[in-house]
Design a protein around this ligand. Structure first.
Ligand SMILES: [Zn+2]
Length: 578
């Protein structure tokens, strides 16, 4: 072979290789479709955290990571597992099942003892605190709502722990979903109101003729903390028999069972000898709502919620980006950590677990990119959250974005998905989302409705951003985002705290405090646990919200917090919410 011919051969070879690489480095709509079709199939049964369907999904993701040549994250003590696929799993537990214990008693004595049958005449709630109480008085307290801002109080007297409050379901507005009692009328707030009034237990009269048809009678735990007092639902007949009773025995015994769930984690090590110690997290949750129930917007339980957009689309995105970055040469300088989270729908459980048990050091995690529902793009519209969490984001995103997308950029790093957990640890985050739709959280969120071509285009953008984050030297600069106006609640005051969603029963843990907020001025910090505001004890986020409802703007309150071993009393002055 002559030199000239050899050169042509080499040139041809290079051209050929480059052509293949270029194509392999592009997100593929058909590969996305394959992943989504499987993840959202009937076989995986809606991927509810802790179920066989979710575990099958985890296995599939681990297998894909292995096939793409990703490494498991460095093993920590709890992860010295030799089973190949299991090495990609980060396992955590949460309360996934609730059962009745053996010691449930509701009885009245007036002459003879009348025992009510658990499951027929009454039923403790899954969130009920377990306790045995001898009660001397039954008090009826209307709807059991306390809402200072609405001038409504169903607890007018003074109460003691030997009293049990009996209340109705619903609100004075009936079922109006836009009524003014939508917040104060929620179960958790009714419980907080009862606790604050000082009664020892709360019984809620069923709205159904047959107790078994009442949703409250279905044992369920929301991983948002115990009620603090025994709480049960009772039948209408039981309520009548309880009227005027002087001796009531109430014992609640609910067994809450830990269930294992798995984040799936795969790593591509960086090529730079120094920068490879730093990492970029690319994540999406793979769990969904199973057959409905908590979180579902379907009219009844039982049908498979396929969760193609929410969030098989984002999960497929993680797999495609893993494929692209494992193919690309040279490899990125920094280490890429791909995480498919579980427990998102139950309250960001998986990402919350990860940031508290990180597999790569958080102080060397330079950014987290979250994709949740990226399969339904319409009219080029794409929402990017978290742009206020690093000084460089806005410019980095818009550079070269051309007219490919009509971007809506939100500053806030908090939000209803897994990036929130990382932002609370002061890591720059981005959140990609194509918006909500009619099939959201319904069985009809199916694979054939996904817009795969546009999803591939979104992933091209994400890949480009990841490369730019990797190229940034020094790394991105974290900034506290200007927060969007606080949502919901309908309260008049604002403190600027960021509650943690994880299960706590002995106070409200703060993930963060917004800049320049009343909470920041009071000296509250991330990691503090609020245990008391004014005279109100705070055991969970609901007690806290109820306390918030009673506060007045401009007035100073004492707030008690636990900071590590220390207990501090600070002074806070709520601001008016506008
Ligand atoms: Zn969802």
């Amino acid at each position: 072979m002559t030199l000239k011919r050899f050169s042509i051969f080499v040139a041809f070879l290079l051209l050929f290789t480059r052509a293949i690489s270029a194509q392999e480095l592009e997100p593929s709509a058909s590969k996305l479709q394959q992943h989504v079709t499987y993840l959202a199939s009937d076989e995986l049964d809606g991927r509810r955290t802790g179920t066989a369907g979710a575990n099958e999904a985890a296995k599939y993701l681990a297998r894909e990571f292995e096939r793409l040549g990703l490494r498991p994250a460095p093993a920590t003590d709890s992860r010295k597992i030799n089973v190949m696929l299991a090495r990609y799993l980060q396992t955590f537990s949460y309360i996934g099942r609730v059962e009745l214990g053996k010691n449930n008693v509701l009885s009245v004595r007036s002459g003879e003892t009348l025992n009510f049958r658990v499951g027929e005449d009454w039923m403790p709630l899954g969130i009920s605190t377990n306790k045995k109480l001898d009660l001397t008085e039954v008090v009826f307290a209307g709807y059991g709502i306390t809402a200072a801002e609405l001038n409504h109080n169903d607890y007018k007297g003074t109460y003691s722990k030997t009293q049990v409050a009996v209340i109705q379901k619903g609100t004075p507005d009936g079922d109006n979903p836009h009524g003014k009692f939508t917040t104060a009328g929620q179960l958790r707030f009714k419980i907080a109101a009862a606790q604050s009034a000082g009664v020892g237990a709360l019984l809620i009269i069923s709205s159904e003729d047959d107790l078994k048809n009442d949703s409250l009678a279905k044992l369920h735990y929301d991983n948002a903390g115990l009620a603090g007092i025994p709480v049960a639902v009772i039948s209408k007949q039981t309520a009548e028999k309880l009227a005027n009773a002087k001796q009531v025995t109430l014992a609640t015994d609910v067994v809450r069972i830990d269930v294992a769930a798995h984040n799936v984690v795969g790593v591509i090590e960086g090529s730079d000898p120094v920068l490879k110690d730093e990492s970029i997290v690319i994540g999406a949750h793979y769990d969904h709502l199973g057959r409905g129930g908590e979180g579902s917007l379907a009219p009844r339980e039982g049908e498979i919620h396929h969760g193609a957009d929410d969030n098989a689309s984002g999960t497929a995105g993680v797999l495609e980006l893993a494929r692209i970055f494992s193919t690309q040469r040279p490899k990125l300088k920094r280490t890429l950590v791909f995480i498919a989270f579980s427990g998102e729908e139950e309250g960001l459980l998986g990402s919350n677990y990860y940031v508290n048990h990180p597999l790569m050091p958080l102080d060397k995690t330079v950014a987290m990119i979250n994709m949740d529902m990226i399969g339904r793009m319409k009219d080029r519209k794409l929402i990017v959250g978290g742009v206020g969490t690093a000084k460089e984001w806005r410019q980095l995103i818009t550079t070269g974005a051309n007219n490919a997308f009509e971007l809506t950029m939100n500053e806030d790093g908090y939000g209803p998905s897994d990036h929130s957990s990382f932002y609370s640890k002061q890591i720059p985050v981005l959140f990609f989302w194509t918006g909500t739709h009619n099939d959201y959280h319904k069985p009809s969120d199916t694979f054939e409705k996904i817009n795969y071509n546009d999803e591939a285009r979104i992933l091209s953008l994400v890949a480009r951003i990841v490369r730019d984050v990797d190229a940034a030297d020094p790394r991105l600069t974290f900034t506290t985002a200007k927060s969007d106006p606080p949502r919901g609640g309908g309260f008049r005051v604002y403190l600027g705290t960021i509650p943690n969603y994880a299960d706590t029963n002995d106070g409200l843990l703060l993930d963060g405090v917004r800049d320049d907020s009343p909470a920041a001025k009071a000296g509250l910090k991330a990691g503090d646990k609020i245990v008391k505001i004014g005279n109100r004890e705070v055991k969970n986020v609901y007690d806290y919200t109820a306390a918030l409802g009673e506060m007045k703007a401009g007035q100073e309150y004492e707030i008690e917090v636990k900071r590590g071993e220390e207990k501090l009393t600070l002074k806070i002055t709520p601001a008016a919410r506008n």
